[in-house]
Design a binder for this molecule. Sequence first.
Ligand code: SF4
Ligand code: SF4
Length: 214
Amino acid sequence: MLGEGILKGLAETAKNFVGSFVSAERLTTVQYPEQRIAPIEATRDFPFLVYDGADWEAGMRCVACQICEKECPPKCIYIVKSIDKKPDALGKPQFYPARFDIDISVCMSCQICVEVCPFEAIKMDTEFELSRTDRFGGLLFDREELAKSNEHYHKIHPTEAAQVDARLAGEKAKSDAKAKGAALAAAAKAAAAAKPAVSTENAAAKPEGAEIKP
Ligand code: SF4
Ligand code: SF4
């Protein structure tokens, strides 16, 4: 029916308006900032960079691949890739962002940077009280201001953070198993290569007609 959606919406609004006089659950607004509502788990405001461990710089997951910078619709991310490398969570040497800025005054909280990041390095924060007196410099957040711990991520998005941890742990286990397999194969190859050398030595030392022992 034409206009059915509008009527449904108006009915919901009327239900909340009338209901708010009798039920606290129907009261959808509060007297902010004196009163506050705890953000729900799906709340997203502005991005932050996740780090593991206690040192934000050493533990930063970002490898400066710059995918988020390319995909950000209003182009408010600015990254400078490092020249050297540092080990990532899997122990693999990776580049890191020598500079990583986000202009929060331009960011539109679309979450595309989070969706495209292959390293679970950038997530959406629930912090929204970011007003500054300096409109330009004050809202250009650098990597240190953007860095927040994995514990913070667990606090604001516990379900999602637990899923991410499980996925990263699975990847680490696979990578460790692969490295172990490669080390065993290399050791076996080295042992196999050493065998003929021993046999040749035995052959050189062998008296005429004696049997060569492996
Ligand atoms: S949330 Fe959207 S606008 Fe903001 S930095 Fe990420 S991609 Fe850019
Ligand atoms: S946040 Fe993710 S997508 Fe952006 S540069 Fe870092 S690793 Fe790449």
